[in-house]
Write a protein that binds this ligand. Structure first.
Ligand SMILES: [Zn+2]
Length: 395
């Protein structure tokens, strides 16, 4: 097994990673952050956007896909500073807790933006979640499919020429492209990086209970008739030095609420989700061999807030934390015996990480290295208590 000498990713990274002199491609590309002229890149982005929206007749300059994450606040702030008028577009994944709903609503009201939300038909959605869990041990596939395609449908329907989002995960994690390549949002990247390489047809196979053409928003729209270059999707992380902990800790001033997590030190990323650090983290462990904490640790090693040895200790601590997943199975309408079956057949290797109790906070917190702790603490105190699965079924 090859493990990077700088961070802790191995050659088994699910998005594909390469090595040179035992340093991973993610660490190589990360170094660009300290060599690029970010002022110049911001100007480049401004020019590029002006060209794209020059003959735009829509009320809005761009679509911003959002769910209320800390990063969405950062993106909106930049887009408004660039002088653009965005239409905010979101998909209800039914997984948000009360913190998530607060953050989604507050984002719109604080910045006084127009928004458009899609609530997928619940029985079809649940069937897709169950199918995705059976086939890929992945509960978020249907939600990722919708979140990465619905905003494109809206842009196409409303003739908005531009979509703006935050980070490009394949650059931030594994350095698949250089920042100067200015990689854009594409259908290929969506399937490859967001959807495990599968389309809706693959998920359903033959004899599925859901007919793909009746649910078009789960698939990318056909853009060929629009003509080349008439709908552009931009990642801001190609034009701004992307440092999630630093930028996310600053969005508390806009009313964003962070959430204390049991299985990571990061209270900002994906705050407000009922399953991201719960069921989804277990399935990530099964599919990838590590949990989200490893992504966070590697990110912080690269940003030089912690060293490699500190990173290993942090992973050891958080990766062994148990999670509560029964409420998710209740929401999915899975019976008690169905829950037990799934645990013993699909989660057998992570049974030790499944708890019968909700919100298992450790009485003694892990002592984080000082620099990391200080930068996290720039935001407000994370909230510890919340209600899971706030809308869609249980209100
Ligand atoms: Zn590395």
């Amino acid at each position: 097994m090859i493990v990077c000498k700088n961070c802790l990713y191995s050659h088994k990274h699910p998005l594909g990673i390469s090595f040179k002199n035992n340093i991973c491609s993610g660490c190589f590309t990360h170094e660009e952050k300290y060599n690029l002229d970010w002022g110049e890149r911001r100007d480049l982005l401004s020019e590029k956007i002006q060209k794209i929206i020059k003959s735009n007749k829509s009320t809005y300059d761009c679509v911003i896909p959002y769910s209320g994450d800390a990063e969405d606040y950062h993106v909106v702030n930049i887009v408004l500073e660039l002088g653009l008028k965005p239409l905010m577009v979101s998909v209800n994944d039914y997984f948000m807790n009360d913190i998530g709903w607060h953050n989604a609503h507050n984002l719109i009201t604080h910045f006084d933006l127009d928004s458009y939300q899609f609530n997928p038909e619940i029985s079809t959605y649940k069937e897709l979640v169950r199918t995705s869990m059976r086939k890929y041990n992945h509960a978020l596939w249907p939600s990722f499919a919708l979140k990465t395609s619905f905003p494109i449908h809206v842009a196409k329907q409303k003739k908005i020429p531009l979509i703006i989002t935050g980070q490009n995960q394949s650059i931030e994690q594994i350095g698949k492209f250089s920042h100067i390549d200015e990689v854009q949002i594409t259908s290929w990247s969506r399937i490859e990086h967001d959807l495990l390489g599968f389309t809706l047809k693959d998920l359903l196979g033959s004899g599925g209970h859901v007919v793909p053409k009746e649910h078009p928003y789960y698939s990318y729209p056909d853009l060929t008739k629009l003509g080349k270059g008439s709908l552009i999707g931009i990642y801001l992380s190609n034009y701004f030095l992307w440092d999630p902990i630093l930028q996310n800790s600053k969005v508390s001033k806009f009313g964003f609420i962070s959430q204390k997590q049991t299985s990571t030190f990061d209270p900002y990323e994906r705050a407000g989700s009922s399953i991201y650090y719960n069921f989804h983290d277990l399935s990530k462990m099964l599919r990838c061999g590590y949990r989200k904490i490893t992504d966070h640790v590697n990110r912080e090693i690269r940003h030089k807030r912690i060293d490699r040895n500190e990173g290993k200790k942090i992973i050891n601590y958080y990766q062994s934390k148990p999670v509560y997943i029964k409420d998710f199975f209740d929401w999915l309408d899975v019976s008690k015996s169905g829950y037990e079956w799934y645990k013993s057949h699909k989660l057998a290797d992570v049974l030790h990480l499944i708890s019968d109790k909700k919100n298992i906070y450790s009485s003694s917190n892990f002592a984080l290295p000082v620099k990391l702790k200080k930068d996290i603490a720039r935001g407000t105190n994370p909230k510890k208590s919340f209600q899971t699965f706030m809308k869609g079924i249980r209100l």
